[in-house]
Design a protein around this ligand. Structure first.
Ligand code: 5RP
Length: 245
C-alpha cells in the first residue's frame, strides 16, 4: 500500500466526494502517452475523465473506449478521442469505479447500470484499475447493496425466479423515477440480495448460465490494482506486486 496526498480539494467536498476526487485524479496520472484506455462509468470515474481531459489538452495522446453513453458524452466534451464501438480493441488499461470492494479486490459493479459494457471493456484490457472512495470497502460483498444482474426484458419474471433459486433472496426489478430502468443495451436490471458466500467465482459463473441473464455485476479476480481515495489522499493496492501497471 502506497499512501499519497491529494492535490485538488474543494471546500464543498464531503469526505466521500473528496475520496472520489482523490482516486480519480490519481488514476489520470498513471495514463501513459499513446495508451488505449477503457473509460468506466460513474461519479468517481468522472473525476478521472476530467483530469484525463486536462492532460489531453496539454498534449497527452490517448484513445478511449467508453462503457456508457454518459461517459461517451463527457469524453467527447473533453475531446478525449474514442475508438469505434465495433473495433476488436485491445486496451492497455481499463479504469472504472465500483459499488463494493472486498479485501481480495473482488468487486460488485452495476450500481449505475453499465455493468455489461464495463465487463466487456475490462475483459479487453491488460489491466483493470478500480477507483473507489473509502466508503466502498466492505468485508464481504453484498454488505451495503444487492448484486445487479442484467437480464433481457423478455421473460424477466421467469429469470427472476431462477435467480432467487440460486441467490436465495427475491430480486427486485430496478426502476428509476417510477419507470423500469433500462440499460444502454435496452435490458433490465434485477437487484439480487446476496446469500453469504465466499465462492464468488462460482456464483459469477452460475448466474450467467441462467437463460435470460445477460451479465452480472460480480467482478471476481479481474482487478489488477485498486486506488482507494479518502480525504487524506489515496492508497494503492496491487493484486500481484510483481505485475506492472
Ligand atoms: C456503474 C458502475 C460504477 O462504477 C459504480 O456504480 C460506482 O459508481 P460511483 O463511482 O458513482 O459510486 O459500476 O455501472
Amino acid at each position: 500500500m502506497t499512501p499519497s496526498t491529494p492535490r485538488h480539494t474543494s471546500q464543498a467536498d464531503t469526505p466521500q466526494e473528496a475520496g472520489k476526487r482523490a482516486a480519480g485524479e490519481a488514476a489520470a496520472d498513471w495514463i501513459r502517452d499513446g495508451a488505449r484506455v477503457g473509460l468506466g462509468t460513474g461519479s468517481t470515474v468522472r473525476y478521472f475523465l476530467l483530469a484525463l481531459g486536462r492532460r489531453v489538452k496539454d498534449g497527452l495522446r490517448v484513445h478511449g473506449v467508453p462503457t456508457s453513453h454518459d461517459t461517451a458524452t463527457l469524453a467527447r466534451q473533453l475531446q478525449i478521442p474514442l475508438l469505434p464501438e465495433d473495433d476488436a480493441w485491445t486496451l492497455d488499461v481499463a479504469i472504472d469505479g465500483a459499488d463494493e470492494l472486498d479485501p481480495h479486490l473482488h468487486a460488485i459493479k452495476g450500481g449505475g447500470g453499465a455493468l455489461l459494457r464495463e465487463k466487456i471493456v475490462a475483459a479487453a484490457a491488460r489491466t483493470l484499475i478500480v477507483l473507489v472512495d473509502h466508503t466502498k470497502c466492505v468485508p464481504v460483498l453484498g454488505t451495503s447493496m444487492p448484486l445487479p444482474v442484467e437480464v433481457t426484458p423478455f421473460g424477466w419474471p421467469s429469470t427472476a425466479r431462477h435467480l432467487q433459486a440460486i441467490g436465495g433472496h427475491t430480486p427486485t426489478l430496478r426502476t428509476r423515477h417510477g419507470v423500469v430502468f433500462q440499460t444502454d443495451g435496452g435490458h433490465y436490471i434485477l437487484d439480487l440480495p446476496l446469500h453469504e458466500t465466499h465462492d464468488y467465482a462460482r456464483l459469477e459463473a452460475l448466474l450467467n448460465l441462467i437463460p435470460g441473464v445477460v451479465e452480472n455485476g460480480l467482478f471476481v479476480n479481474r482487478t489488477s490494482t485498486v486506488i482507494v481515495g479518502s480525504p487524506d489522499g489515496v492508497r494503492v493496492t496491487h493484486r500481484d506486486e510483481s505485475s506492472p501497471v
